[in-house]
Design a protein around this ligand. Sequence first.
Ligand code: 3H9
Length: 647
Amino acid sequence: MSVVSIEREGEIAVVTVDNPPVNALGQALRQGLWDAVATLDADPDVRAVVLICAGRTFIAGADVREFGKPPVEPHLPDVVNRIEGAVKPWVAAIHGSALGGGFEVALGCRFRVALDGASVGLPEVGLGIVPGASGTVRTPRVAGAAAAVDLVTTGKPVKAAKAQAMGLVDAVLSGDLREGAIAFARAALEAPLSLPASERPVTDPGAAFWAEQQAAVARRAKGEAAPLRALACVQKAVQAPFAEALAFERATFLDLRGSDQAAALRHVFFAERAAPRPAHLGEAKPLPLRNAGVIGGGTMGAGIAAALRDAGLPVVLIERDAEALARGLTNLQTIFDGGVKRGKLTPEQAAARVAGVSGATDYAALADTDLVIEAVFEEIGVKRAVFADLARHCRADAVLATNTSYLDPRAIAEGLANPGRFIGLHFFSPANVMKLLEIVPTPETAPETLATGFALARALGKIPVQAGICEGFIGNRILKRYRAAAEALVRQGVAIAEVDAAMRGFGFAMGPFEAQDLGGLDIAFLQREGARAAGQDVPETLGDLLVRAGRKGQKTGGGWYDYAPGDRKPQASARVAEVLAVAITAGPALDRAAIAERLVGEMAAEGEAILAEGIALSPSDIDLVEIHGYGFPRWRGGPMHYTARKG
Ligand code: 3H9
């Protein structure tokens, strides 16, 4: 079947694009649109054309799968120009999302109408590129320079109503889009046509505006190249004739398309889309998820409960006594209050989220719960006692999950009746914000339980990654190696601040030592002490020396750095130098790039070991863990992609 079909409604032709799943602009679709212009221009009975899409969305953009290959004609900028140059005016009828090349096609149309709920945008910077088919050139001509800068440098789509207010779409429709768009086209024919986008005048906001935008975009972009290049395209579009600006945009697009950053971001794009539905789940069906229970209302438990509420699930929160329960409910309230303060929730929405949580101290409240997630203290005895209680009170088919980050889930589930329903679901703090969910089945976990873990991740909007059982699973195991490698550099004389600066330079928001100061050095210390007490041979770390000297991080006024009271700015510490002196010997000097290469190489090496042991199922899963759980810069693609590409 053709991806483009044409029907007539009197003097209006309707061109329907049907290229599942998202109507991406592959070669066949570009050709189909190209031919449709010629067909309809030649038809004397047609006076206007409605361009509409079948399926879940309007054209969602260029086909990203074609980006690694040589471009094939007709090229998209030519298709867009041809639609704009058609003798009959085209009306884009948008539902779902008109993104990237999809929105550029819509900009080639004389009019754009959108269903309420639809969105439009130019998300190309998220793929390490700039719009390549006139998005940066036509957008300022329909919506002005400031709106164009916002759209192309952030990549964030805007909803129909806002798009209309910005001038990006001409009308917002509700009800039947096809009928509404045909009626719009008929009415448009009654009035003089507006100018095509390429011929509209545009005002240059002036040098001060561009300087300000450059500073702001550079600050946000950190090491990412595309946002500043996109800004340069908009500036060119405002200051140069249309054709010259189009050529500039195209050259920038082609240059970036072959860049390391674009390859990395494409890798992440496909990894993220593949993660929620891994092929190995096969036919296993998830169990129904109508409600959930959370055991423990501490930071982690409250965060998990908030995430469940954000997804609309009613939650029962269990604590051991009334006082602890009150604290847990307060923690939840604080999370939703924060949402209101940041403008993410209305006070009514926050109230509804809180109202959907019922607190209890008696496990009997979980009698009809589909899924229970345990988030209590990391101590095996405490956790086992929780699961013994759950086994007594929950339905035999309820999924029972532990949020442990270090303990062996098999040991937690020991003796549990129906062990097929047990699974590890490792959230990252704050659990209502962080996107990563490590899903840890035991050898006895049933396929339906595993499928339910993935279904939960989809419902919560999280990125699920399956992990095998080992200490720290995927993420914390790599973190341990990363920290050890960072300490090894300090032992050979590299300054602590140099290591942190190197990793910030690489693209992390924080270096390994600053991050430990923020989170606290004591948790990992206590784990090592626990292992030592259990007879394991755990070598003394530099972190141990600091904790023993009373330096647990920012909360004690100092860790790897000193902090002035009330100030989070790390200051080099004479006391730290004194405490660590016994362990430091002078070694070869390393520049920051070499430090970052060393540490990322160590992460990738641990990733290789994890793969060889079957703890992770693919290198891209490891990349997702590092990007979504540990702040690895997305535009570097994750440690596995980065290291493989360097060869
Ligand atoms: C561009 O347009 C450049 C131009 O300026 C210049 C050109 C010259 N290509 O996300 P989902 C697949 S750059 C190929 O789960 P949803 C995706 O892999 C592009 N495939 O759906 C998945 O495949 P599978 C700018 C694509 O309903 C399936 O579609 N555009 C593309 O949750 C479903 O995806 C963008 O960046 C693509 N462009 O969300 C938009 N997009 O089923 C990217 C998706 O095999 N797309 N796939 O796993 C999206 O944001 C979402 O897909 C969308 C739907 C919001 C549209």
